[in-house]
Design a protein around this ligand. Sequence first.
Ligand SMILES: Nc1ncnc2c1ncn2[C@@H]1O[C@H](COP(=O)(O)OP(=O)(O)OP(=O)(O)O)[C@@H](O)[C@H]1O
Ligand SMILES: [Mg+2]
Length: 453
Amino acid sequence: MQRQAKATQMSGISDPSQPLATPSQRGGERAFAAPRTNGSDAQKAIITEFLGQARLSLTSKLDRFIQLRINSRRDKFMSGRKNERDILKRKLKAGQNIHMPAPRRIGKTWTINRLAEDMRREGWLIVELDVQGMSAPDKFARRLCQKIQNQLPTPSGLHAAFKNRLHALIGGNWGTDPINVIGQVDPVSFLDALLEALAKEDKQSAIFVDEIAYFVLRFAERNEGDAKDFFYELRNLQAEYSNIRWLFTGSIGLNFVAERFGLGGAFVDLTTFILEPFDEAEARSFLRDPATQMGFNHQFHASDEDLKVLFEELGWLAPYYLKLVGNEVRPSGPEQDGRLTAKQEDLQDAMEKLLEPTRKSEFAVWREHIDKNLPQTDRDLARGVLGPLSAAADGETLDTLQAAMVPATPKAVRDILDILQSDGLIDLTKGTKGRYRFRSGLIRRYWQQYEAD
Ligand SMILES: Nc1ncnc2c1ncn2[C@@H]1O[C@H](COP(=O)(O)OP(=O)(O)OP(=O)(O)O)[C@@H](O)[C@H]1O
Ligand SMILES: [Mg+2]
């Protein structure tokens, strides 16, 4: 009996104060109900219970481990733009040249960098070129040439073919580096020679040009006629060397810029693929991805429900803003696996922190966007409509904005709203009485606090 009492105590069967005292937690109703008639029954009950618990604990650990692995694989998959990369790759392989517009900070550069890696692994020669700060075609030609050279072993076929072509163009007075020729021949002839040589390479090649619309805008502002000639020539070269694929990205509406300077026709051959912000599932997996969490000041857990509220407030799930907020989270909820849980207030506080004056620079791209990328009249009008739009999360109707902006014509107001919508700063709600509003609650509050008159 003594043995039985001790054993019973150890197993916690008869002690109602034991924390593990519910049948389901202990993993065996049979063990719970085991009659305490004699020692061997009790021993059996103990062993059964022990085995049940051990099995459960092992199974749940295994389950947890498997779940973590699945989550982390799914997380990587979901926020890694895998879908988009696959679509872009398929389109390029199918012979399309692409324009991929997306608002500032949405992940254009990140996505095309990863796409370049994907395609290089499949044997493509991918040249990546950022043209954001450019305003002249010789710089474009020089950078493209350097980037292509970087991708190739020096004694490559391209090198020799390109040199021969340049010799034929201007003779041999330029040393050994083709870059020296820039300035002596016009950029289009130089590009023609370069692309001809690239097209003859064994590898299938593609050129990814990041931020084309800025280049078009800056160039056309300096010299509209030359810009028109150059971009139409570039289109001809694309058609001529049609086995070289092109992918252009842009944060400002290429169509608006091209139309304004009468060179809309230079970009008509491109297939448009819009890079959207994350959806909620992608945003959740992005925030929970161990790689993202590693970069935060404090790593944290957050429930789907709490994240949902945050996402509604953010409105616009771009990785950049998710990262900004995530970095500010100071979790104060219960600990789980060595990490604290962020409560609703913690997420809210993180948003508020970003709106402090010291953090203004993090939103500077949007002020720049209005002040540098629009002509003066459009700029004044843009600021004119963004002020009232920033006053409320649900924005304003077109009629109200047009009335508020008199003497600007109703058409001018609608045009500027189209531009702001295409640049991703605002959107238009569906329905007959659609309302223009800021896409991001965070940027709206920044604008209201620091930019609106
Ligand atoms: N899918 C992603 N996973 C992880 N980080 C990402 C992802 N997409 C973007 N980022 C991060 O978000 C930030 C903005 O991304 P990126 O620079 O690619 O945006 P962008 O659209 O090119 O912006 P900009 O218009 O200012 O050039 C970067 O810090 C980048 O590392
Ligand atoms: Mg970029």
